[in-house]
Write a protein that binds this ligand. Structure first.
Ligand code: SF4
Length: 388
């Protein structure tokens, strides 16, 4: 563990993360009030709650990306998922923001399903399982509300025909020592994971590669994923592509009071999965860690502490429908007007409603998800170097 008493890599988050310090360590920029205001104006006067409530808090080159948009060179969005099991609500954080950006800016979305990576990374997973989870996860992601006419999917083992030529160019630019240093791979790491870095880079360059025009890329992701894209950014200009811009979120805490919503091993109760039954949702939320007091009398008198509460984190990141509602919940929690039992009951209702709606949208998305998978690059792709 680093002297900062926390460790954050794409494969591991340990300790109590100091997000300001992490931003300094990673060398990213603060997503400050000025830039948020600019985003609000360009989006027609609104900000997504994930932005206004400070869950996205850091970036690389977002200002440049907005400059390009204003000059008539719109960005595209890129995010992905390593399919190893069902999604939980915190997995939707990047996709919720992408959907909003797609709607407000009318830009294309590229989703990468990394069934290869999860097969290489998780010893117990079979190819059949990563493929199955890949399609299931894709339907959940599309159910967030992406525009199918403006959304494209790389499903790695199925899209390799479209990706491989560009991955070959990328692979030549990334030294093994970089991958080893950035990800901390031990000598026993399989070579699939080493090459995977090239495949994760492909979507960030693909639209430029296909069109021959330098097309800005914007990647919303958890800040733990920043090291992957630092490698991508380091080699971008050398291949003639713009460096992808990033906007980073904090990691959401788990329901059991863990600092991160990890669900490996015995920690399934740490998160709300999109396929949880209503009973499961209720059971998990009833036992969720809160910032409440030991007794009702104390809480009425002294109030509670929302910042440490996993239930408040759920309201903040997804379930409060308006700024007014979120502000009210926070104020009532602090003052003692709201008790944890009532707060949890309200959230249980809200989550049940969300999961019902989500299941319907997911079923519809299952019908057209296949049609979005890119299997071949268009004829002539990569034929000319991107022009500035
Ligand atoms: Fe958390 Fe709600 Fe209790 Fe406040 S009242 S500590 S937000 S459960």
């Amino acid at each position: 563990m680093a002297k900062e008493e926390f460790t954050v890599t794409p494969y591991e988050v340990k300790g109590r993360v100091d997000y300001v310090r992490l931003r300094e360590l990673f060398g990213t920029q603060e997503l400050d009030a000025l830039l948020l205001e600019r985003l609000r104006t360009m989006a027609g006067g609104e900000l997504h709650p994930l932005l206004s409530r400070g869950i996205y808090y850091s970036h690389r080159d977002l200002g440049w990306t907005l400059d390009q948009y204003a000059k008539g060179n719109p960005f595209f969005l890129y995010s992905g998922r390593g399919p190893s099991g069902p999604l939980h609500t915190s997995h939707l954080v990047p996709f919720d923001l992408c959907r909003w950006l797609q709607e407000k800016f009318g830009v294309p979305m590229y989703i990468q399903i990394t069934d290869d990576e999860k097969f290489w990374f998780r010893p117990h997973l079979t190819r059949a399982e990563t493929r199955k989870w890949g399609m299931e996860n894709l339907a959940d992601i599309l159910a967030v509300g992406f525009d199918p006419k403006n959304t494209h999917v790389f499903f790695d083992t199925r899209s390799i025909g479209a990706m491989y030529s560009l991955a070959v160019d990328v692979g030549k630019k990334i030294p093994y020592s970089t991958v080893k240093a950035v990800f901390g791979f031990p000598p026993s790491t399989n070579i699939g994971l080493v090459f995977y870095t090239a495949l994760q880079t492909v979507p960030a360059f693909y639209p430029s590669w296909v069109s021959g025009r330098r097309t800005p890329c914007l990647i919303p992701c958890g800040i733990d994923q920043d090291p992957h894209f630092r490698v991508t950014r380091d080699i971008a200009e050398g291949l003639g592509y713009p460096k992808p811009a990033l906007v980073h979120s904090q990691m959401l805490p788990g329901l059991l009071g863990e600092r991160v919503m990890s669900t490996t091993g015995e920690q399934k109760d740490n998160a709300l999965f999109l396929n949880d039954s209503p009973k499961e949702v209720e059971r998990k939320l009833r036992k969720a860690f809160t910032g409440g007091r030991a007794t009702v009398e104390e809480q009425r008198r002294l109030g509670a502490t929302p910042e440490v509460c996993s239930v408040w984190a759920a309201w903040r990141s997804k379930f409060a429908k308006s700024e007014a509602e979120f502000t009210q919940i926070t104020a009532d929690c602090r003052s003692g007007a709201l008790l944890c039992g009532d707060c949890k009951a309200n959230l249980i209702d809200r989550v049940h409603g969300f999961l019902d709606d989500h299941a319907k949208r997911r079923e519809q998305a299952m019908g057209w998800a296949e049609s979005l998978i890119i299997e071949r690059a268009p004829a002539g792709a990569g034929g000319s170097a991107p022009a500035p």
